[in-house]
Design a binder for this molecule. Structure first.
Ligand SMILES: Cc1cc2nc3c(=O)[nH]c(=O)nc-3n(C[C@H](O)[C@H](O)[C@H](O)COP(=O)(O)OP(=O)(O)OC[C@H]3O[C@@H](n4cnc5c(N)ncnc54)[C@H](O)[C@@H]3O)c2cc1C
Length: 301
């Protein structure tokens, strides 16, 4: 339970607050129990005040992007879930073909903005259903491109409300990893360096990649994308398929018959169903192939 004084103080920061908020509404998997308290924060100043209040009231907080890489526990999330809205959705052009994007903006919105400005470099990200902040945190990538190829700098806030700049190599990007991985910093925004490119060319590439996605991935079923990281020298989906696990189902969770690297929520899946299916896949792939599969999806709550 969250102190009612704290809730009132958060509300006074012009933040939208919901109590007992179902995380099924905020995750692409459509899975998860309730968050004690959920709020959408609209400015850097309000964010600073709210996290300082959390510190004062000894309440944990979790920064949610678009929830497209999360498996939230059936018991939900204790404390405060913070979503970045308002000014965190802003995208602006800078000099030298650079674009600053708030962490709460969608990657899709950023791709559309870049196309409108005839700036290439982000086409690979079209179809990745996350926020700009989530993409930097995860070093999201697809079809030969990664966020690391385009990020110049990012700004973040620590638990005491201090703001820092992270530059270039300091991001420590590697496969689905960044400087931010497993830290409790809040990414505020990032600057991307793009290249002038013909709008039609950008559009053609975006459509081509989206078509590939739609053909190969179960894009019309709730999921969190690839459930496992790509193991060195292998493809997770191929290993899973070779182990006879395509279509394997536990409760409402199923190894997608379309793409074995995805677990889909076939309706009413619980986080426990998904975790049981993950463990089963890991065990079979290890026993049959000797390969350890590590999760890309983040377990929360
Ligand atoms: C159908 C589908 C297809 C996908 N395809 C791809 C793909 O091709 N390539 C790929 O890389 N991924 C893919 N994903 C996974 C997912 O979209 C990416 O990992 C994405 O970058 C996650 O962003 P998000 O905003 O949804 O983050 P969330 O899932 O909300 O959060 C992920 C992590 O980032 C942290 N985080 C988010 N925002 C911030 C912030 N502002 N400050 C600090 N921490 C933050 C969260 O706390 C959490 O730890 C796919 C997912 C789906 C459902």
């Amino acid at each position: 339970m969250i102190d009612t004084n704290l809730i009132e103080l958060i509300k006074s920061e012009n933040a939208e607050v919901c109590l007992d908020e179902p995380m099924t509404q905020h995750t692409s998997f459509r899975i998860g129990g309730n968050a004690d308290c959920f709020c959408e924060v609209k400015s850097v100043e309000a964010l600073r005040k709210i996290i300082l209040l959390c510190k004062q009231y000894h309440v944990d907080y979790f920064i949610l992007g678009l929830g497209s890489n999360l498996l939230v526990s059936d018991d939900g999330i204790r404390g405060l879930v913070i979503k970045l809205g308002g000014e965190f959705n802003e995208i602006t052009s800078l000099e030298d073909n650079m674009v600053r994007c708030g962490a709460g903006a969608t990657l899709a919105g950023l791709c559309v903005y870049a196309r409108k400005m005839s700036l290439g470099g982000l086409e690979f990200a079209w179809g990745i259903p996350g926020s700009a902040g989530g993409a930097v945190y995860m070093n999201a990538g697809a079809y030969g491109g990664e966020i690391k190829d385009v990020v110049v700098s990012s700004r973040y806030m620590d638990k005491d409300g201090n703001i820092y700049l992270c530059n270039g190599l300091e991001h420590d990007f590697s496969y689905r990893h960044s400087f931010y991985s497993d830290k409790d910093y809040i990414i505020l925004d990032a600057v991307f360096r793009l290249v002038p490119k013909d709008q039609e060319e950008i559009n053609d590439r975006m459509q081509e990649l989206m078509n590939r996605r739609r053909t190969k991935q179960p894009t019309n079923h709730p999921s969190a994308g690839s459930i496992f990281k790509r193991p060195e020298g292998y493809y997770a989906a191929a290993l899973i398929e070779e182990c006879g696990l395509k279509g394997c189902t536990i409760g409402g969770a199923q190894v997608s018959p379309k793409h074995s690297g995805f677990i889909v929520n076939e309706g009413g899946a619980t986080a426990a169903d998904v975790k049981a299916l993950i463990r089963h896949i890991q065990k079979e792939v290890y026993e049959q192939k000797g390969v350890e599969l590590c999760c890309e999806v983040k377990f929360i709550g």
